[in-house]
Design a protein around this ligand. Structure first.
Ligand code: PLP
Length: 406
């Protein structure tokens, strides 16, 4: 009988391993800066007040049952989700050119988008390739490899400036073969926190048009970056307006605090309604073979919030609370380093970067020293989750960061 002895042992996921080591540490002032989830000022997970309210409404709704959703998801969720990311007056929506499918959060949207491209993109004789920013969310590589698309890097982050390698990025777009697929983080780039400016996005879109490239947008942090849902969707909307061929992966894990509910959507914008109908029919076939139909509870919660003016306003206030706390932590860390501790080096990037994550620019050895000497847990690339900082630990972190860079 099959013994499975030949199965190679895979290494544990590095982020989840970091969390386990943090949990096992008994040091009272330990700090977890690896976490990719929002924490409040008491370092606790935060259930958004609007989600609590929507949950109660669902609980009291006697008309709800536990039947299957349609294969492509809850229609009132997917249509409202499309408006949220593309804008309610988007030409793609008005002309019925946008295909929207409910997915297993952002990861599922990335997977379905990648699978669909793998099957139906006109690759011609070109190898199936996707260009990913260097660095990117670690799961991107695995997701594309799983469907037979080879990930290749494009320059993105410049360690010298701790900012965007803009000319490297543009150069890669210019020199890639026409019709290449490029993955773009819509806002709050993970892991660097470095986003192109509006002017840079415009220039990037121009090269996409010139080279006929395909934009595979991943949007996991809408609203979470700036605190404003529309502002964080600006790049996607600009690309749609300019007519760049694209799809968008959308997650409600972070902006609605629904990590475990797995609420997301994939939106593909095509040129015509006829093409959109064809695309949707094939996405249904793919979805059917993989998950049959998506889960209902989280989609109902988000649908309720997106389709009710009052709840929508409450949600926006909750988003501002989260984004605001993170921005405050950036400011406080910056103030401590530059004014109080006079830490050597330039720390402007702490306040210039955006979203949950910040690339501090410290080395692997310095990152490890923070963990070993101060019980501060972070990935060895120097990335910190701003959500892990709060009023009680930001000074402890700043002082220890100061020590390791001196
Ligand atoms: N894409 C990026 C860039 C992310 O950072 C994440 C989560 O960390 C995701 C997608 C997907 O998250 P989820 O599947 O929980 O929506």
């Amino acid at each position: 009988a099959e013994s499975w002895q030949g199965v190679p042992l895979a290494p544990p996921d590095s982020i989840f391993k970091l969390t386990a080591t943090y949990k096992a540490d008994t040091f009272p002032n330990k700090v977890n800066l690896g976490v990719g989830a929002y924490r409040d000022d008491n370092n606790k997970p935060w259930v958004l007040p609007v989600i609590k309210k929507a949950t109660k409404i669902l609980l009291n709704d006697e008309t709800l049952d536990h039947e299957y959703l349609p294969i492509t998801g809850l229609p009132e969720f997917t249509s409202a989700a499309a408006k949220l990311i593309l804008g309610s007056s988007s030409p793609a929506i008005q002309e019925n050119r946008a295909v929207s499918v409910q997915t297993i959060s952002g990861t599922g949207a990335n997977h379905l988008g990648a699978l669909f491209l793998s099957r139906f993109y006109s690759w011609g004789d070109a190898p199936k390739r996707v260009y990913l920013s260097k660095p990117t969310w670690a799961n991107h590589q695995a997701i594309f490899k799983n469907v037979g698309i080879e990930p290749v890097d494009y320059p993105y982050y410049d360690p010298k400036t701790i900012g965007l390698d803009y000319s490297g990025f543009i150069g890669a777009l210019e020199s890639a073969p026409a019709r290449s697929v490029f993955l773009l983080h819509a806002c709050a780039h993970n892991p660097t926190g470095v986003d192109p400016t509006a002017e840079q996005w415009a220039a990037i879109a121009e090269v996409f048009l010139k080279k006929n490239h395909y934009a595979f947008f991943d949007c996991a942090y809408q609203g979470f970056a700036s605190g404003d849902l529309d502002k964080d969707a600006a790049a996607v909307r600009y690309f749609v307006d300019k007519g760049v061929a694209l799809l968008v992966c959308q997650s409600f894990a972070k902006n609605a605090g629904l990590y475990g509910e797995r609420v997301g959507a994939l939106h593909l914008v095509s040129k015509t309604k006829d093409a959109a109908d064809r695309v949707k029919s094939q996405m249904s076939v793919l979805q059917r073979s993989e998950i049959s139909n998506p889960p209902s509870h989280g989609a109902r919660l988000v649908s309720l919030i997106l389709n009710d003016g009052g709840l929508f306003e409450e949600w926006k206030a909750d988003i501002r609370t989260m984004a605001g706390r993170i921005i405050d932590m950036r400011k406080e860390l910056y103030r401590l380093l530059t004014e109080e501790l006079k830490t050597p080096g330039n720390w402007d990037h702490i306040v210039n970067q955006i979203g949950m994550f910040s690339f501090t620019g410290i080395s692997e050895a310095q990152s490890k020293a923070l963990t070993e000497k101060a019980h501060i847990y972070l990935t060895t690339n120097g990335r910190i989750s701003m959500a892990g900082l709060n009023g009680s630990n930001v000074r402890y972190f700043a002082e220890n960061l100061d020590k390791v860079v001196r």
